[in-house]
Design a protein around this ligand. Structure first.
Ligand code: ASP
Ligand code: MG
Length: 405
């Protein structure tokens, strides 16, 4: 007998019919002799609808009320799933964050979990009930509702699995696993059987949208085995698990891309201590997340260029904030470019194989793709390129690193 946390995403609970399917699956899992804790997202499209409503009332909504509003979609789906289960004869009870003491800090809209209501859930399990927990939401020290960031139900699921010491956290979604790249771009993309936490962490933050990044961090920290699979069929999905020796044999596990960033260059800044600090201080005060950064080495030791990427949504704000700073520094110009994308190859095998970067750059140059920026870690290489070449770059890299076969 295992304890299984099953997290169902928005499409899996998107209609009454699908909610009944979810209840059936939970029932089958119980009949196979397992204990189940369910975590649900809001019904598909619901959170977006709530976000839109908030902005219609106030384009700059108060964060406390904004979180209270957008967390409400999960209240509906938890109750519906609990109703469906009881109707099928499976005792179940819905729980909102405050009812299980799912505590977070007070950072609205991207709150961090501080403690999880293990004891209350355990008691429910012992009574023979299936707890159906609202994903995405938490409660802060003063009792206000918080949310964990878009896609945050994944994190609720994995955090609960960690707290309850569950055997597995199953993430049910509308795709049947994690792929070597986006199958919409590369038909030959394949489902990955097993991926390490570290690889998944890179993939999630580099644009693969199957799992919220923070859920992978949780999984890695507490050793929760995560099984990403489809709620529409019985097929085996992809496992996110601790790394083992065989994993390094594959050099590149997957190719990811992200079109959400824009590039900003501050040209002709003085090449002296403190300049980068000033430039990035204003961005960090505005909570703008800077991703890649490049500083050119100056030709004559006096002036240099600073180039970095920020989310497209923040590029205008970033530019507005940079202008006075650049002027004060005597920088010549600020340039922005929205038409970029970041393409990355990821794999723990890079640690033990050399020449990955050379191969990647060679393949891209043969395809006529110009590289604007490069960033590397031990297990990934990312390049910024013209957005128009994204699909081409993904395709040639997927092939060159043997992922097509
Ligand atoms: N309902 C929330 C969202 O749409 C959380 C989730 O789906 O994981 O972002
Ligand atoms: Mg999701």
């Amino acid at each position: 007998m295992a304890l299984i946390v099953q997290k169902y995403g928005g499409t899996s609970v998107g209609t009454v019919e699908r909610i009944k399917n979810v209840a059936q699956r939970v029932k089958r899992t119980r009949e196979a002799g397992h204990e189940v804790v369910v975590v649900v997202s809001a019904m598909a499209g619901e959170t977006n609808r709530l976000v839109k409503l908030a902005y219609e009332v106030d384009p700059d909504p108060i964060s406390r009320e904004y979180d209270a509003l957008i967390a409400s979609g999960e209240q509906v789906s938890t109750a519906l799933v609990a109703l469906a289960l009881n109707k099928m004869g499976v005792p179940a009870r819905s729980f909102l964050a405050h009812q299980i003491e799912m505590r977070t800090d007070a950072t609205r809209s991207k709150a961090r979990i501080e403690s999880v209501g293990g004891p209350i859930l355990r008691a429910a399990i012992e009574r023979g009930e299936v707890p159906v927990v609202a994903g995405f939401q938490g409660v802060d020290a003063e009792g206000s509702i918080t949310t964990l960031g878009r896609g945050g139900s994944d994190t609720t699921g994995v955090a609960l699995a960690a707290a309850l010491n569950a055997d597995v956290c199953e993430i049910y979604t509308d795709v049947d696993g994690i792929y070597t790249t986006d199958p919409n771009i590369v038909r030959a993309a394949r489902k990955i059987e097993r991926v390490s936490y570290e690889e998944m962490l890179e993939l999630a933050s580099l644009g693969a949208k199957v799992l919220q990044t923070r859920s992978v961090e949780f999984g890695m920290k507490y050793g929760v085995r995560i099984h990403v699979r489809s709620s529409f069929d019985e097929s085996e999905g992809s496992w996110v698990v601790p790394e083992d020796e065989t994993m390094e044999q594959v050099v590149v596990r997957a190719v990811a891309y992200d079109k959400n960033d824009a590039r900003i260059s501050v040209l002709g800044v003085p090449d002296q201590p403190g300049v980068a600090a000033k430039v990035f201080a204003v961005l960090s005060e505005a909570e703008i997340v800077v991703d890649m950064i490049i500083q050119n080495s100056s030709q004559d030791g006096t002036k240099t260029d600073l180039t970095f990427t920020v989310p497209k949504a923040d590029v205008l704000t970033a530019r507005r904030l940079m202008e006075p700073v650049a002027a004060a520094l005597g920088a010549a110009t600020i340039k922005t470019d929205n038409q970029i994308s970041k393409v990355s190859v990821v794999g723990v095998g890079m640690r033990s194989h050399s020449g990955v970067a050379a191969k990647m750059f060679g393949v891209l140059s043969q395809a006529g793709v110009n590289i604007q920026m490069i960033a590397t870690s031990e297990i990934k290489i990312s390049v910024v390129i013209d957005e128009a070449y994204t699909e081409l770059a993904v395709r040639v890299l997927h092939q060159a690193f043997g992922l097509d076969t």
